[in-house]
Design a protein around this ligand. Structure first.
Ligand code: UD1
Length: 418
């Protein structure tokens, strides 16, 4: 297993480009199964999760390939309805295949995803939505089995604005008979991207980006070509990297309009953000201030940036409170940040962070995707050498992070474990 080794203490400078969004790309890849024929998704990031989704799609009989930032899919062989445990357990987003399976084949057999390090990850909202669209859903031997001769449009109220359930139900409803309304829908930019993609295929989806999405079912969709949006979490991670090292950088393809509350929080911390020819320029804070955050659905502060924000607060003078409301167990990075000298105590679903003058490098272990990014950020600010192991978590969601940071002047390298 590879490790990342960082000698901290260098201010970042220069320019970096954000890759395509992982969380937008995964549902688009699956939505391409809804179209008859070929689709091309450009700007697809070369990440473990994207490769795993490609494998899931091939298991269903379609042709799928990721090469040079383009994901190509030919849905003509799409005929098998089972997503097996071995694949689904490695990536919970595999559950996205249920929507297209039900819509096009009328049958889905998908392994129940199970929980992960950050939380239980239920799929009850996906299943209740499929039932509302007329599917019969049963759980058997660890698998969800769903059948529907023809899905029928329905009015669905989600108990929570789940990103996954919103995507899955939009895809299913796109080929249903009649009109569906998703109330309390997730509003993330990735949802709008999926709606745009479905419309490019000939779908009739309106209202994405608000809490009510209308999906008029159509009888068929065609393949299409589409460019995925840039990754807002990666962009924000670079902004935090600049802040934590006191560096000034330009982040190309970072979209201010996708940052939601993050931009405000960075401004409160004292950073200056400005838009410049398709890039965001960040100038570090002179006297950085601690800033409390509470994770919320979009446009609230993203849970996927909570760990990175905690790393930043760990070296910001003063006390801040970080509250996690989306995932019940998303503070696994706290003990590792503490190994680097951070002063953090957990009280229920909040972490109280007292900024220290300096972190000091140490061997640490990544526990999940965003926790790994937080450790990288902390290591960039720490005095001395930090060795981060289990970075396969990082490879699930950040494309060539160490190379991009090295180009910004960080002393970082990846080594294969002996
Ligand atoms: C997606 C993102 C993930 C991010 C999360 C929240 C992808 C591939 N993953 O995950 O990075 O952290 O959004 O922004 O896009 N819930 C239920 N029942 C359900 C579904 C969800 O109770 O059927 C709950 C979850 O336990 C959680 C909350 O709803 O507390 C949000 O989950 P959801 O938005 O569905 O997250 P994912 O789509 O799994």
């Amino acid at each position: 297993m590879d490790k990342i080794i960082i000698e901290g203490g260098r201010k970042l400078k220069g320019e970096v480009e954000v890759s395509g969004s992982k969380n937008a790309c995964l549902p688009l890849m699956v939505a391409a199964l809804l179209g008859k024929g070929r689709s091309r998704i450009t700007g697809a990031p070369d990440l473990m999760d994207v490769r795993t989704m490609g494998q899931v799609i091939r298991t269903l009989g379609a042709e799928a390939e990721l090469a040079d930032g383009v994901f190509s899919l030919d849905s003509r062989g799409f005929s098998r309805c089972e997503a097996p445990y071995d694949l689904v357990r490695t990536m919970r987003a595999s559950i996205y295949v249920m929507g297209p399976l039900l819509a096009r084949l009328g049958r889905a057999r998908v392994s129940l995803p199970g929980g992960c390090a950050i939380g239980a990850r239920p799929i009850n909202l996906h299943l209740a939505g499929f039932e509302a669209l007329g599917a019969k859903v049963v759980l058997k031997h660890g698998y969800v089995e769903a059948t529907a001769k023809k899905l029928k449009g329905a009015r669905i109220v989600l108990d929570k604005p789940s990103v996954g359930a919103t995507c899955n139900l939009m895809m299913a409803a796109a080929l249903a008979q009649g009109t569906s309304y998703l109330h309390n829908a997730a509003q993330e930019p990735e949802i709008t991207d999926l709606a745009n993609f479905l419309n490019r295929m000939g779908g009739r989806v309106q209202g994405a980006g608000t809490d009510c999405i209308e999906i008029k079912g159509v009888s068929s969709l065609t393949g299409c070509e589409y460019a995925v949006i840039p990754d807002r979490i990666e962009a924000a991670t670079f902004l935090c990297a600049a802040a934590i090292t006191g560096g000034s950088i330009r982040v190309r393809r970072a979209r201010l309009d996708h940052l939601g509350f993050v931009a405000e929080k960075l401004a409160l911390h004292g950073m200056q953000l400005s838009e410049e020819d398709g890039a965001l320029r960040v100038v570090p804070a002179r006297g950085p201030k601690p800033v409390n955050i509470c994770t919320m659905p979009y446009p609230g502060f993203p849970t996927d940036l909570q760990a990175q924000w905690m790393a930043l607060m760990a070296v910001t003078p003063g006390t801040s409170v970080i509250t996690e409301t989306i995932w019940e167990n998303r503070f696994l990075h706290v003990s590792e940040l503490t190994r680097l000298g951070a002063d953090i105590s957990i009280q229920g679903n909040s972490a109280v962070v007292k900024g220290v003058r300096r972190l000091s490098g140490a061997p640490v272990m990544a526990s999940d995707l965003r926790a790994s990014a937080a450790l990288v950020l902390a290591a960039l600010a720490a005095r001395g050498r930090t060795e981060i192991s289990r970075i396969y978590h990082l490879d699930r969601g950040y494309e060539a992070l160490e190379k991009k940071l090295a180009r910004l002047g960080a002393r970082v390298k990846r080594v294969g474990a002996a």
